[in-house]
Ligand binder design. Structure first.
Ligand SMILES: [Zn+2]
Ligand SMILES: [Zn+2]
Length: 236
């Protein structure tokens, strides 16, 4: 698998739910031997600090000896692929498109509600996965900046399913949408996903794969434990 291990695309600071400042995160990234740090704090539609955040990250990029990319992480709101991001976002280097909630037709649903539905009627599992994959495909196309699919299928175990619920057609649709939109898919350390079969299916179809620690503290930036395990199982 061709993947740049010197770039960490998924990190959070104390501006949102992380423990350390962007200054500390950049210093840790240098210490870890990274060439690129992707800043990706959480946003919502009503987030008002985006212009200041972008200015802060751009200034940091000029000051430090590694590249600091300015991204955000936004959840997929519904099955049409709408993202939880301010309508007038300033220019960003990328958007992490995240499956934090289940993107139902009428808006985000808590995974436990979806899990209860599947337990009551296992035949709905197929619809759930279809809706999720369709929403991700639409979200990467709608993203206001180049999309990176964050922790792909992290929601699947939360709704009580395994990655075996993801069919080859799902992977095919996802790969086609990513290639068409110029989107990448992240291998996520925190959630240890996606699994080897999905990654292999995406790689085989030409999808660009990137690494993300999902670090919420400086010590976790650029630490690749799951990535090491996965790479030993994936064809080059
Ligand atoms: Zn996330
Ligand atoms: Zn995150």
């Amino acid at each position: 698998m061709i993947l740049d291990r010197t770039a960490d695309w998924h990190t959070h600071s104390s501006l949102t739910d992380g423990a350390d400042t962007w200054e500390d995160m950049a210093a840790a990234a240098s210490m870890a031997g990274l060439h690129t740090l992707g800043a990706s704090d959480h946003v919502r539609r009503e987030t008002s600090w985006l212009p200041e955040y972008v200015a802060q990250i751009r200034a940091l990029d000029r000051r430090v000896d590694l590249r600091v990319m300015c991204g955000v992480e936004a959840k997929i709101l519904d099955s049409s692929g709408r993202l939880d991001i301010p309508a007038a976002a300033p220019p960003l280097d990328y958007v992490l498109v995240a499956d934090h909630q289940f993107p139902a037709a009428d808006g985000p649903q808590h995974p436990s509600a979806v899990r209860a539905r599947i337990e009551a009627d296992p035949a709905t599992a197929r619809d759930v996965v279809d809706t999720l994959v369709t929403a991700i495909c639409k979200a990467v196309a709608l993203s206001p900046a180049p999309a990176v699919v964050a922790h792909l299928f992290s929601i699947v175990p939360k709704v009580g399913l395994g990655e075996d619920a993801i069919s080859d057609e799902h992977v095919h649709a996802l790969a086609a949408a990513c290639v068409a939109a110029g989107a990448a898919v992240e291998i996520n350390e925190k959630w240890r996903c996606p699994g080897a079969a999905v990654v292999q299916g995406l790689v085989d179809r030409g999808v660009r794969i990137v690494a993300g620690s999902d670090a919420h503290r400086a010590g976790d930036v650029g630490r690749w434990v799951y990535l090491d395990e996965l790479e030993s199982r994936i064809l080059p």
